[in-house]
Design a protein around this ligand. Structure first.
Ligand code: KG4
Ligand code: ZN
Length: 345
């Protein structure tokens, strides 16, 4: 029974996972950042301090367990906000030390990457992807496509040159007064709009790194939306009529670019198992577009249930348990690594 702790950004989360699957998963999202239109690091750390103990208690309660049942503690140690990571890490170390159980540090991105292999993360009839598989991580902080092999080996095939996909949703949402985070609101509006209403520049770019198959850029798209809104006469009236159309056109541009690179990757690597994870993988347009590509090109698509797409501690507990089983274990000297890359094991 592994207790997972996640505090890398603005969600304080705890979960209990064992071989049969997720026994409890609790996420306290910090609403304090909403009025600032983005995450304020200092406020995030303070909120994590207030939430970490109640969230762990709630997870134990949800699973009908006590702390004596916890056999290992897995914790996110990066990447993320330094102060936010420190809170979860200090708590996890103290908890593991007091219980005399092993501690294992987990890379937040690896948590997303392996979330699709966690029992219960996918729909009931779908089994986990076998290794190797391709995995697109699309979240508020990251946009990276990797090939995942045995032994926690990850080969990066594409990354973003500038913003992350989720960040693009949030920034465009801010221009449209849709609050923060804006991904879910844009997703909802896009469903009622005409995606062919306006053509924005593609987010798919030539590869800039050796060995990569492509790269992404979201800043040109963001600027194009800004200029489009600046140049229309009577902006308020225009948005009253066309808000859903602008959202649909923007969203289609993002999802088309992401899916085009996935298709390139399948063609180049001939790996026919493809996962999409991270907050943006909850996007309905992206799921539909990727599903259509999977049918057309004959690959298998794996996307977690929405509650496991956005930040959660179940993916951290699960990945930690897999790492422990493979012989990984962290010392009490484990430090927060705000810029931790997706590692090679
Ligand atoms: O993985 P996540 O919860 O946190 C990070 O690790 O960043 O991702 C959060 C991001 C936010 O940018 C949010 O706007 C975006 O995921 N997001 C969505 C949707 N749900 C969340 N973007 C598009 N469509 C959605 N349905
Ligand atoms: Zn995340």
């Amino acid at each position: 029974m592994t207790l997972g702790i996640e505090s890398s950004c603005d969600d304080t989360a705890a979960a209990l996972v064992d071989a049969s699957g997720v026994r409890a998963s609790v996420v306290a999202s910090q609403l304090v950042h909403r009025k600032y239109g983005g995450v304020v690091p200092e406020l995030a750390s303070r909120a994590h301090q207030q939430q970490v103990v109640p969230v762990v208690r709630a997870a134990l309660e949800q699973a009908g367990m006590t702390r004596a049942d916890v056999e290992a503690v897995a914790v996110t140690y990066g990447p993320g906000l330094a102060g936010a990571l420190h809170v979860g890490l200090s708590f996890a170390k103290a908890y593991a030390f007091a219980l005399g159980v092993p501690l294992v540090g987990v890379n937040h991105l690896e948590g997303h990457v392996y979330s699709v292999r966690m029992p219960g993360a996918l729909g009931e009839e779908q089994s986990a992807p076998p290794l190797p598989y391709l995995c697109l991580v699309v979240s508020g902080g990251h946009t990276v496509l990797v090939r995942v092999d045995e032994g926690f080996r990850h080969t990066v095939l594409a990354t973003t040159r500038d913003d992350a996909a989720g960040e693009a949703f949030d920034k465009v949402g801010k221009m449209l007064d849709l609050g923060y985070p804006a991904g879910p609101a844009i997703d909802k509006l896009a469903a009622q709009g005409d995606a062919g209403f306006h053509t924005f520049p593609s987010v798919r770019q030539e590869a800039t790194e050796p060995g990569h198959i492509a790269s992404f850029s979201f800043s040109g798209l963001k600027t194009a939306v800004l200029y489009h809104l600046r140049d229309v006469p009577e902006r308020a009236a225009y948005l009253e009529r066309h808000l859903a159309d602008v959202c649909a056109s923007f969203q289609r541009t993002v999802t088309r670019g992401l899916v085009a690179v996935l298709r390139d990757a399948v063609r180049t690597t001939d790996v026919r198992h493809v996962a999409i994870v991270g907050g943006v993988s909850a996007n309905r347009g992206l799921r539909e577009e990727a599903e259509a590509a999977a049918q057309a090109d004959g690959f298998d698509l794996y996307v977690p249930a929405p509650r496991f797409c956005t930040d959660n501690a179940a993916m951290i507990a699960y990945t930690g348990a897999v790492k422990l089983a493979a012989g990984h274990r962290s010392e009490m000297t484990l430090r927060a690594e705000p810029s931790l890359p997706l590692g090679m094991g």
